[in-house]
Design a protein around this ligand. Structure first.
Ligand SMILES: *[C@@H]1O[C@H](CO)[C@@H](O)[C@H](O)[C@H]1NC(C)=O
Ligand SMILES: *[C@@H]1O[C@H](CO)[C@@H](O)[C@H](O)[C@H]1NC(C)=O
Ligand SMILES: *[C@@H]1O[C@H](CO)[C@@H](O)[C@H](O)[C@H]1NC(C)=O
Ligand SMILES: *[C@@H]1O[C@H](CO)[C@@H](O)[C@H](O)[C@H]1NC(C)=O
Ligand SMILES: *[C@@H]1O[C@H](CO)[C@@H](O)[C@H](O)[C@H]1NC(C)=O
Length: 355
């Protein structure tokens, strides 16, 4: 919590000197919109909980923080915040936004905190990163997000907080998180996470992220039934199959051998579902990885058995040598006293027939 407050506070006062002159010129031109409370010296405007259906026009241009939460705003036109280009914090949480175009935020080059929690947003456009280059915190929890961009065109350099709790997400591409090189807090809980081969990459990313000091609230699997309710991080890698090759390359490979049995085996069980939904990888046949795995296992087992046999032979050799050495020593020790009786016995034996 302190972390968030600290970020918000630090983020709010770093504006360039050039813009101050502009502020002084414009200061006093825009009054305070009705239904809003404007705090001129602190440069924040609070229009929260006023039943507003749109962003009020004529906001004071020097505004740094704008609170629009707890309203009924369902749509943002292009350039919705053109009168307040210095905004660093924009709170739109608990509104009715069901779509969002990056054009709405054009001109907000300084925005650092954007709170869109508790709206009805179905998706996020990757170009938002380009529109809001300075953004540090993006809050998208409690929306209807079903998909996120697979990656951003460019790195979102300064983004440190990315929150998408309580949405409908099934997958999250590792490439998206990789385009946020500064991210330190990732909130992912309460989604429909489908813990299949695709989430394996997310698991690997998260492990490294946590190792490097990042904070996350975890990914709890929603499906398949086998993993339902389990934390992605607690599922061992060995239980994942690697993602199969894209279905197009598989079918073209099999297409080179028309009428072969392989082709029928590969295509009939899935009923072309692989081509319709490339993300669905659980029910695909996985002959190659299994064969590879078997081959690997065989090599490993052979190696282990050979090793054990070698060790046993070595042990036997050492045992044999020591035994031989000890018996040799005993023999030498016992030879001296036995020579006399041996000789006498021999003499006796020799003497007896003679006698
Ligand atoms: C959301 O805003 C409405 C008013 O539009 C308010 O009655 C409600 O308490 C707010 N919900 C939360 C969780 O703040
Ligand atoms: C945004 O609004 C919510 C709900 O009123 C509030 O809890 C939160 O502190 C606000 N965030 C910022 C950065 O102003
Ligand atoms: C965003 O708004 C939600 C409530 O709508 C609030 O719980 C949360 O603390 C806010 N986040 C930030 C960083 O202001
Ligand atoms: C990221 O933040 C640093 C320090 O505040 C700033 O110099 C840099 O321009 C920012 N990056 C982008 C892409 O805005
Ligand atoms: C296979 O797909 C066809 C349509 O492409 C559909 O009618 C049929 O029910 C499917 N069969 C199975 C087993 O899914």
């Amino acid at each position: 919590m302190c972390y968030l407050v600290h970020l918000a506070l630090c983020g709010c006062w770093g504006i360039e000197p050039g813009t101050h002159i502009l502020l002084l010129l414009l200061y006093g031109v825009g009054g305070c919109p009705p239904k809003c409370f404007c705090h001129p010296s602190a440069k924040w405007v609070d229009c929260s909980g006023q039943g507003l259906a749109e962003v009020p026009p004529d906001l004071p241009p020097q505004t740094l923080m704008l609170f629009l939460q707890d309203n009924r705003i369902h749509w943002l036109p292009a350039l919705a915040f053109r009168t307040t280009p210095l905004l660093t914090t924009l709170n739109l949480s608990n509104n009715s936004l069901s779509s969002l175009t990056p054009e709405s935020f054009y001109g907000l080059r300084h925005l650092r905190v954007l709170n869109l929690t508790q709206n009805s947003l179905p998706s996020l456009e990757s170009s938002l990163a380009h529109t809001l280059p300075q953004l540090r915190e993006l809050h998208l929890s409690y929306n209807n997000l079903r998909r996120l961009p697979t990656s951003l065109g460019q790195p979102w350099e300064n983004l440190t907080v990315f929150a998408v709790q309580q949405n409908q997400l099934l997958h999250l591409e590792r490439a998206l998180l990789e385009s946020m090189p500064s991210v330190r807090l990732v909130l992912l809980r309460d989604n429909l996470w489908r813990c299949d081969c695709h989430l394996l990459r997310l698991k690997l990313w998260l492990e490294r992220f946590i190792f490097e000091g990042g904070v996350t609230d975890g990914v709890i699997c929603g499906s398949p039934d086998l993993w339902k309710g389990q934390d992605l991080l607690s599922i061992p890698y060995e239980l994942y199959q690697p993602c199969p090759l894209p279905s197009s390359s598989l079918t073209s490979l099999h297409g080179q051998q028309p009428g072969s049995a392989q082709r029928e085996v590969a295509e009939s069980p899935e009923n072309h579902s692989g081509q319709q939904e490339p993300l669905d990888c659980e029910n695909k046949p996985k002959p190659r990885p299994v064969n590879l795995r078997h081959a690997l296992a065989t090599v490993v087992i052979t190696g282990v058995v050979c090793g054990i046999v070698c060790l046993m032979m070595l042990a036997a050799a050492i045992y044999g040598c020591t035994y031989a050495a000890i018996t040799a020593q005993c023999h030498r020790g016992s030879l001296e006293p036995t020579t006399e009786p041996g000789k006498t016995k021999g003499k006796d034996l020799l003497d007896r027939p003679a006698a």
